[in-house]
Design a protein around this ligand. Sequence first.
Ligand SMILES: [Zn+2]
Length: 151
Amino acid sequence: MRVRYTDVTTTQKLPYRCKRCGHTTTAIATGQTRMHGHDLSSDAVEQGARSHLRRLTNLARCPKCHRRAPGALLEAIVKSALVGALAGGAPYFVFWLRDNHVRGFLRTLCVGAAIGVFVAILFSQLMAAKNGVEFEGASVRGPRAGDPPPR
Ligand SMILES: [Zn+2]
């Protein structure tokens, strides 16, 4: 069976309410959503993109207090860690099945793959939130000199 995917870039306006300071505005979120090739009606794309863009918006910093929604960062970390663990754990398991133990070099390789994938995915999510989400009324994009340093 062959499954084809298409990455669709969508932009949606979503109501935004900061869970930390209560600031309300409209978020204009742009992100790529992976769709199955046979389900590309505009309704399906919009539905599929909505939850993704909502998550992206949660991960973006509030234009007023410059903080992320509570739990959003943790969710991104947990998801990235799961994918990372799979990326490192799967080859580890295969090596282990073959030799009943995993030698130091291969173990380092697996741990390295896990950490590398974890960092890459987390970073790409944070960048997608930073670059893909704009807020109505926020005139300046990106960090300014007076912004508090990212935590
Ligand atoms: Zn806020």
